[in-house]
Design a protein around this ligand. Sequence first.
Ligand SMILES: [Zn+2]
Length: 114
Amino acid sequence: MHEFGLCEGVLESVQTRAGGRPVAGIRVRCGVRHAVDPDAMAQAFSLVAAGTEAAGAAVEVVTVPATVTCRDCGTASETADLLAVCPRCHSTSVELSGGDELVLESVRYATPTG
Ligand SMILES: [Zn+2]
């Protein structure tokens, strides 16, 4: 489960941002190239975050599409499919860019009143 490695980096960002405040939930923008399974991500995060201020935090994964650019007709479009073909001319001679980010988008803190 490669989500573990990703989660360790995410946890570091969460802890830097939280500064010891209890974390109720996080939202992570994850490029489609990481091929992250949201359930596996949440499970992995709960394990790496155990014993920290982010223990038990809800994990929301926002999948970021990649951009596919056609070498034949020049069309650029977004795709969540890494075996992309050009949507316009159906060429398979395409170039993928982006979709490889892993960004902590937001952190939600636990409040005493809930
Ligand atoms: Zn094309």
